[in-house]
Design a protein around this ligand. Structure first.
Ligand code: F6P
Length: 336
């Protein structure tokens, strides 16, 4: 198995589950690939048994390491990983990753590699599953930050902008904004108008509230008149972060209130996973190991309702899942 792309709380719980289920229930062997696709290209592996994965359930990060290297960008596809697969006698490769990693897994499957995907991202934007592990932890961290920021905001009569992760979709912003009682939530799925946001804030202050919280998903477009700076990672994804710094001065000007920005950034990905994420990650890992033992491949494990399912990798890679407009509409009820 390998973990690739950005890390995410719960990766170690998946590793523990895949290894334990494979060795203890299916009487097979597990091998870990170090540093994601890069390790698969370089032949860097580590034997994994029950003892190797004890004590890691609650640890953030990944004991296998990860990277944003890709065999189709930094190698020649299947040919660049074939030697590691053959040298280690790998029947099935369990790939724990987000949309970029899963797309790479799908391409390798097209070239004949037997793969099973496990959906990982704090962004919660992978199609085919109701939720990804890591998301719940990120929402908890962001909500706690909003709660803390609210009290200092109140003391100073300020607008506080809290920028959360979510490169292309606004799941963390919507959930944490809802849970933290945000006065406005800006997400990529819903075009925003700063005049309207300013109106909401002015109305709130007229009614006697002396601070406002605006939650900003990092993936929104900059305000009109400001050029987006395009930077891309190895998977071709936009590098984002800091858009709240462009919004704050505009809101200050429109409302006359001081604005401050907090960018939560990688804080949201670090540290111990919540109990929900530990359980979800464990169920994903156990299901992946069971599917591998049954000889199923070309699928991603998924949570549908309360059930663990296997969905075709094509389905998972066909789309990037956005926030349900009905959920955003509920959050909007409480703006201002
Ligand atoms: O996709 C997960 C994510 O955490 C995004 O929310 C964020 O934009 C990106 O990864 C950051 O990536 P990196 O760790 O490479 O800066």
């Amino acid at each position: 198995m390998l973990t690739a792309g950005g890390d995410c709380p719960g990766l170690n719980a998946v590793i523990r589950a895949v290894v334990t289920r494979t060795t203890e229930v299916h009487d097979s062997e597990a091998v870990g690939i170090l540093n994601g696709w890069e390790g698969l290209m370089q032949g860097r592996t580590r034997a994994l048994d029950r003892d190797a994965v004890r004590g890691i359930l609650q640890r953030g990060g990944t004991i296998l390491g990860t990277s944003r290297k890709d065999p189709y960008v930094h190698g020649d596809g299947f040919e660049s990983v074939r030697h590691t697969i053959e040298a280690n006698g790998i029947d099935t490769l369990v790939v724990v990753g987000g949309d970029g990693t899963l797309r790479t897994a799908l391409r390798l499957a097209g070239e004949g590699l037997s793969v099973i995907g496990v959906p990982k991202t704090i962004d919660n934007d992978i199609a085919g599953t109701d939720v990804t592990f890591g998301f719940d932890t990120a929402v908890e961290i962001a909500t706690e930050a909003i709660d803390r920021i609210s009290t200092t905001a109140e003391a100073h009569n300020r607008i506080m902008l809290v920028e959360v992760m979510g490169r292309s979709k606004g799941w963390i912003a919507t959930y944490a904004g809802l849970a933290g009682g945000a006065d406005a939530i800006l997400i990529p799925e819903v075009p925003y108008d700063l005049e309207e946001v300013a109106d909401v804030i002015r109305g709130r202050h007229r009614r006697g509230r002396n601070y406002s919280i605006v939650v900003v998903a990092e993936g929104i477009d900059p305000p009109p008149g400001i050029e987006a700076v395009e930077q891309r990672d190895a998977f071709g994804f936009r590098r984002v972060g800091g858009v709240a710094y462009q919004i704050a001065p505009a809101l200050e000007e429109l409302t006359g209130f001081e604005a401050r920005v907090t960018v939560l950034g990688h804080l949201q990905r670090g540290g111990t996973p919540t109990a929900f994420d530990r359980v979800l990650a464990t169920r994903f890992g156990a299901k992946a190991a069971d599917l591998a033992a049954e000889g199923v491949d070309g699928v991603m494990v998924a949570l549908r309702g309360t059930e663990m399912r296997a969905v075709p990798l094509e389905e998972a890679c066909a789309d990037v899942r956005g926030v349900d407009p009905r959920l955003y509409e509920v959050a909007r009820t409480f703006f201002g």
